[in-house]
Every structure is written in structure tokens, then in C-alpha cells.
Ligand binder design. Structure first.
Ligand code: C2E
Ligand code: CA
Ligand code: CA
Length: 540
């Protein structure tokens, strides 16, 4: 039903902070709201006319690119400067079916506008002079330094890690990821001194070596400059891509330590910087080894946690907005390490993913949640979080079937929560699995909606049953911007025939607002925190 097309109801009176328009692939407007006209600074948009009539005042090559893309089934994003008031707007379009497109226009904050303009002024292609050195040279420089006999020698390493890189690959594709690496490398080479040595390391890292400079002053100055530069967005194929970086540094003075350890030290410093905020830098000091060791212990502990039965599932109720009754529970994983500390899933799930442990853990979560839910009243469903990695080895369907079979749980009572990151990796294989799962009667919800790079693009790739509005929007619901966003998501849910659930509801005001704006269900501390399985039975 979902891929069948929403009737193009008249949306001209839909008041949201977003501009919304339905068009066909020739560009003919079927319906548009007034915010769309306002954002584009054009005369009132008339159904039946071509959208391109209304964007002629925007003299930009990107519009031509857009004109071309609009006829393709791929979703896309474009950011354009409106000449009238120098504002920037973001247009996102997504295919509703073969013939129809949904366009969302939103204005971008002014600091964002400045950044893009600054960037657009010197188009990326002009950045391309400096080049990177070869990796083999790196080891030669370290070896030469060891044997050098001159006075007052110093050697310093700056290790740069791009923070958003994995996410860029996942949501914008590997081609864009490669472009980002190339352009980032050029930026790094451009600001380094001519006698610095710069090269790319594996994955998303770069290294700069400085010999015989005044340290740490020299590395710190360069690190700050690099961090400032790398947080400026890249323009790739008319699309803005945001990155960020962290820097780890290590310095050697004559006779202090061996050069071969230097890169390892910088790695530890980088790991430490990453634990702080994006854009942080850190210089190696002896205590960092200890912290790296703790990380190692955590990994070993995680490998054994299932065996030692250290995991538990907590459940958080989800209530229906109409009758305020519990209609489902989200299963949330808890880890009590060695009978002592409780470790947050936000910390150990990414670790389990990087270690490959997520498969066994995910299987356990499925079996346990189905087993527990089978003992609940038949009208209460269970939602579980599934990591994108669980779709990669193709065994997920089998595990779901098995968990349902062993527990006797009706498939209609199981829901999988997935994030948009899933949909970019191997999209065809993933969609095939999602269809299969849906045909089994299990429903699929899109989690953390609105937080990724291009959530709108993915809404139509698959018939989700539910959109879970991310808690960051609910937390800031007192701001006009969040209210506009939430309203837009709710009307989108209606237009696309998907249920909406708001997460992180903590106050009566938030609940009232959501009730008045047609949200179908809510979840949050106001109703209940996640509780152990014994406790949840008392709540029913
Ligand atoms: P999520 O799926 O977005 O889960 C919602 C998180 O918000 C949970 O954090 C929940 O305890 C918290 N929360 C719920 N209501 C409120 C509220 O009113 N206020 C506030 N401030 N927070 C609220 P938790 O349990 O720490 O889980 C964090 C994340 O870890 C989850 O985010 C999910 O992405 C991941 N996760 C948890 N369990 C699993 C699992 O079994 N498998 C996988 N792959 N990921 C899991
Ligand atoms: Ca979730
Ligand atoms: Ca969520």
C-alpha cells in the first residue's frame, strides 16, 4: 500500500516551516504550499505550471543539475542561494513513484549560508595544487631521524582522523567518500609547511611529520589550523558535505624515545581526542597508554559478556495517543560488566559493531525479546533495535524466523527499528531482506528520524510502517524551529500513510503538543523509563 501513491491532496494550506511541493517528472506542479513560494521568493506557485518557471531567477549551474536529476528516480539534495535576500535554502526531493516527486524546501541558518558562500567562492577544484607524499617515505623519515646525530633535534607527528567519514560513506555513498578524502588531503597539504611531510594513512586518516621545529608550539598551531579548515563543508557535485576531524599528536626530542613508537603514541592521543568532542586535539602523554588498555579490557569483557550472562533487556512502554494505553515496548539492551558497572549501549553497541560481536548479541536480543513478549497480553507488541551490520551476512531472516518459531510469538507483534544508515549499504540486498521480513508480517520502523544526512530520501525506498521522531526534536520543542520540523514530519507521515511515534517525551507540555498535532504514539520518561522485564508486567 505504501508505495502506491498518496493521493495528491491539496497541500496549499499546509502550514509548516517547510515548503512542500508535489511535482511530476516533467516538473509540472501538482500542489505546493505557500511556504514553498515564500522560500523560493517567487510569484505564487500555480498547479499545472512547471516548477522551472519559478526558479529562473536563481542563476546557478546547480539548478540545471537539479533539472536533470529530477527526472531520475534517485532522491537528492541541493542547496541554493536565493539572490533576492542572499538566503540559502535546501531542496530535498524524493521519488514517490515512477512519475511523481515530493520536494521539501527548508531555509538554512545564516552561519551555514556564510560557510557555503565562502566555500563556493573558491570552488573546490582550485584547491588542487599540493600533493601528498608516499607512505613508504614515512618510515624512511623515521629511520633517518634515529641515525641523525645533529644537535637539538625534534620529531613530531600530527595524526588527523576525519570524524564523520564512516557516516558519509554510509549515507552519501563511497564515491562521495572518496572525493571527501581527496579534497581533505589537499586542504591538509596546502596549509602544511613545505618541509613537512604529509601522507594519507589507511581509511580516513592523514599524517603530518615535522622535523626539527620548535615543539609543541609548531604542531599545536598547525593542528588548530587544520581542525578549523576541516570543519568547513565540502561542495561535491553541487551538494554540501559536512565533515569534522580530531587530531592526535606525539613529539620526540633528542634521546627521549624511539621514533618507531611515535605513530602508536599519536594513535592513542587521537583515540583520546575522539572521546572528547569532534574538533578536539590531544598530545600524547604517558597516562594515555593506560586508557588504551582500559579500552582493550572493555573489548575482552564484551566478548565474554554473553557467556557470563551479563546482558539484560529492559523494556520501555510505547503508548497510543488516543486511549493512552500501552500498545508496545521497545527492548533496550543493558550490560552489567563483572557484576559492577552498568555500561551504556551507546558505548558498547558501536564497540560490538566494530568487533563483529553484534551478530551474536543481536541474535540473543531477538530471541530474548520474542520470548519475553510471548508472555505479554496479545495486544502488546515488542520493538527491537537492529544494527545495519546484522543485514550484511544475510542470516537475519533465518534468526527472526527461528526466534518467532521458538517463542511462538505472532510475527505481527514484532517490530524492527532500523536507522537510515542501513539503507545506503548495499541497498538492493537490504531492500530484498526488508521485503522478505515485511512479508512475514513483521513491521519496520525508521528510528531516529531527522538526524541523518538525508532521511527524506529514504522514506520512499521502503514502506516503513512507522517513523520514530528523534528525541532531539522533542527535547527542543519549545523552539519554533523544532515545532516546525515536528509538524512537517507529522504531515509527511500522514501523506505517506505511516504511523508516527515521538521519542523522549518527558513533559506534559510535549505530550499535549504532540496530541494536538496528530502524533499517533509516544514513548519517554513521562510514561516510564526502560524497566526490567519483571517490572514491565506490572505496568500492563
Ligand atoms: P534508541 O534506539 O534511540 O533508544 C532510545 C534511547 O533513549 C534509550 O537509551 C532510552 O533509554 C532513551 N530514552 C527513552 N526515553 C527517554 C526520555 O524521555 N528522555 C531521555 N533523555 N532519554 C530517553 P539507551 O537505552 O541508553 O540506548 C541507547 C541506544 O543504544 C539506542 O538508542 C539504540 O540505538 C542502541 N541500542 C539499545 N539497545 C540495542 C540493541 O538491542 N541492539 C542495537 N543494535 N542497538 C541498541
Ligand atoms: Ca530505537
Ligand atoms: Ca531512537
Amino acid at each position: 500500500m505504501h508505495n502506491a501513491i498518496p493521493q495528491f491532496q491539496d497541500i496549499s494550506q499546509l502550514h509548516t516551516g517547510f515548503g512542500i511541493a508535489y511535482i511530476d517528472t516533467s516538473g509540472k506542479i501538482l500542489s505546493a504550499n505557500t511556504a514553498f513560494t515564500r522560500l523560493l521568493h517567487t510569484q505564487p506557485v500555480q498547479p499545472g505550471h512547471s516548477i522551472f518557471e519559478y526558479v529562473q531567477h536563481i542563476r546557478s549551474v546547480d539548478v540545471m543539475h537539479w533539472q536533470h536529476t529530477l527526472t531520475c528516480p534517485q532522491a537528492g539534495t541541493l542547496e541554493i542561494a536565493i539572490p533576492e535576500d542572499k538566503s540559502m535554502i535546501r531542496l530535498q526531493w524524493t521519488a514517490l513513484n515512477q512519475d511523481h516527486r515530493l520536494i521539501i524546501a527548508e531555509s538554512l541558518p545564516s552561519d551555514h549560508t556564510l560557510l557555503i558562500q565562502r566555500n563556493a567562492d573558491k570552488t573546490e577544484n582550485h584547491e588542487s595544487q599540493p600533493t601528498l607524499g608516499h607512505r613508504q617515505q614515512l618510515h624512511q623519515i623515521l629511520a633517518d631521524w634515529e641515525t641523525d646525530q645533529s644537535e637539538n633535534r625534534s620529531l613530531a607527528v600530527i595524526l588527523i582522523g576525519l570524524s564523520q567519514f564512516k557516516k558519509i560513506n554510509e549515507t552519501l555513498g563511497y564515491d562521495t567518500g572518496d572525493q571527501v578524502l581527496k579534497l581533505a588531503g589537499q586542504r591538509i597539504a596546502r596549509v602544511s609547511r613545505t618541509d613537512d611531510f604529509v601522507t594519507a594513512l589507511d581509511g580516513d586518516k592523514f599524517i603530518v611529520l615535522q622535523t626539527n621545529q620548535t615543539q609543541p608550539a609548531s604542531v599545536v598551531t598547525l593542528a588548530k589550523r587544520l581542525l578549523e579548515l576541516l570543519q568547513r563543508p565540502f561542495l561535491i557535485n553541487g551538494r554540501q558535505v559536512n565533515t569534522n576531524a580530531c587530531v592526535g599528536m606525539a613529539i620526540l626530542h633528542q634521546g627521549t624515545d624511539e621514533a618507531k613508537n611515535l605513530i602508536q603514541h599519536a594513535e592513542w592521543a587521537l583515540a583520546e581526542a575522539k572521546k572528547q568532542a569532534p574538533g578536539s586535539h590531544c598530545i600524547f602523554e604517558p597516562g594515555l597508554e593506560q586508557r588504551a588498555l582500559e579500552q582493550h579490557n572493555l573489548e575482552v569483557g564484551l566478548r565474554r559478556a554473553l557467556l557470563l550472562q551479563e546482558f539484560q533487556l529492559f523494556y520501555q512502554p510505547q503508548i497510543d495517543m488516543h486511549n493512552r494505553k500501552i500498545v508496545g515496548c521497545e527492548a533496550l539492551l543493558r550490560w552489567q560488566k563483572s557484576g559492577k558497572d552498568w555500561i551504556s549501549p551507546a558505548q558498547f553497541i558501536p564497540l560490538a559493531e566494530s568487533m563483529g560481536e553484534i551478530h551474536t548479541i543481536g541474535k540473543w536480543v531477538l530471541q530474548t525479546a520474542c520470548h519475553d513478549a510471548a508472555r505479554w497480553p496479545a495486544n502488546i507488541r515488542v520493538a527491537i533495535n537492529v544494527s545495519p551490520l546484522q543485514f550484511e551476512d544475510g542470516s537475519l531472516i533465518h534468526h527472526i524466523q527461528r526466534a518467532l518459531h521458538m517463542s511462538g510469538l505472532d510475527p505481527q507483534r514484532l517490530e524492527l527499528e532500523i536507522t537510515e544508515g542501513l539503507l545506503i549499504r548495499n541497498i538492493e540486498k537490504t531492500l530484498e531482506q526488508l521485503w522478505h521480513i515485511q512479508n512475514m508480517g513483521v513491521t519496520i520502523a525508521m528510528d531516529d528520524f531527522g538526524t541523518g544526512f538525508s532521511s527524506l530520501n529514504y522514506l520512499n525506498s521502503f514502506p516503513f510502517s512507522k517513523i520514530k521522531i528523534d528525541q532531539s526534536f522533542i527535547r527542543s520543542l519549545q523552539t519554533e524551529k523544532s515545532r516546525a520540523l515536528v509538524q512537517a514530519i507529522l504531515s509527511l507521515g500522514q501523506a505517506l500513510n505511516m504511523d508516527t511515534l515521538a521519542e523522549g517525551v518527558e513533559t506534559e507540555e510535549q505530550l499535549d503538543y504532540l496530541a494536538h498535532n496528530g502524533c499517533n504514539a509516544v514513548q519517554g520518561y513521562l510514561i516510564s523509563k526502560p524497566v526490567p522485564v519483571e517490572k514491565i508486567l506490572e505496568l500492563f
